[in-house]
Design a protein around this ligand. Sequence first.
Ligand code: SF4
Length: 461
Amino acid sequence: MQDELLFNRPLVEKYDRPGPRYTSYPTAPQFHAAFAEDDYRSAAERSNRAAEPKPLSVYVHIPFCKSLCYYCACNKIITHNTERAAEYLQWLKQEIFVQGALFDTTRRMTQLHLGGGTPTYLSNAQLSELMAALDEAFHFAAPEEREFSLEVDPRTVTPDQVHELYALGFNRLSFGVQDFDHDVQQAVNRVQSEEQVVSLVKAARETGFDSVSVDLIYGLPLQTVASFDTTLTKIIDLQPDRIAAYSYAHLPELFKAQRLIRPEDMPPPERKLELLELTINRLTAAGYVYIGMDHFALPNDELSLARENGTLQRNFQGYSTHADCDMIGLGITSIGKVGDTYSQNVKETAQYQHRLDEGRLPVFRGYRLSDDDRLRRDVINTLMCHGRLAFAAIEARHNINFHSYFASALASLEEMAEDGLIALRDHEIEVLPSGRLMIRNLAMAFDAYLKPTENRYSRTV
Ligand code: SF4
């Protein structure tokens, strides 16, 4: 696999267009309401009967936040009424027990991720209640096999609480920093001091967390190359194991919160590319490995090692080191992947409670993959995780002739090959250093559902 990453400005500009992030294939717009609760129950049953049932990975969505970040595109509920979270937790526990009963207790739960919203909106006592319910309903893997992670809003926890999170069984933390610059923080209504973040990262290290990640966003209002350079210097000094640097997608027509950002504060498009170039240069010069799609990790981090030895995976949270798991989504909006199906929970708390109250699972839509979907998912995942696709391996796994099956996709890739982004050989596709940033464009060639005019997605670079 190519380790080198080249930022070629004219090509980045040429290929920067809307496209899915492929945390699933088919992507969520293909999910439909004809796939409902019974289909999900059957999928769980089939997954238990597999010759080798997969381990389980659980995602829990905590939708609450105390204040609104203006760049936010997440499904969240802004409230200071902590009663709402207490009530939600009770329904969540109900779902945990219904879901837990669907899966054989011999199946180990190796992965847990709490996302939001703000998972640390819940007090440590509430998180403890949540963990106890999960432990009762599922079979936790041994501590050394677990990857239990939590997204932390630095404004909501203290260093002491970080110690308590470790005691609850979490071994990975991800801190939402976005940018240390005060003007930028004010422009997006998310003010947090550098000291807060530094003290929390220090507490996580002292406590023994296996991995600390930091999330950054480039392309925010008032960001300049100089100001973001300062943020990057401070982050590099902190040496988190992983850094995710996301591109801010400003879509105020789709996301109401973003209308609160003053249009005149938005950086021009060329600044965004300068910020991306700066981020790549600074992080790679500091020794971080580019994993793919916004993610960087220290060379000895499991993600870098997995990339090197070809075991990298992709799931709803991005890149992962864990072997293919069946994924269970809990809480509103969460998405699951069990066997060859995807399923999604309802998006409103009232509907969520109503369904659970009736003894039903809150699944409202989903998708069962066809043979063609499975084949294309394999192609897209292989390209995104390994940067190289050997046609013979796909032919053996899916019983097709690659060249005839994908004749039109291969023809559409010739331009990327001519531009030096990929090597298109008789027996394989290889992603070249200049093409690593355009991996979504490559995946899009194999997407049977994508319409050329779709612009519901963020831009690919
Ligand atoms: S960015 Fe995160 S913390 Fe801010 S409003 Fe959105 S979900 Fe809440």
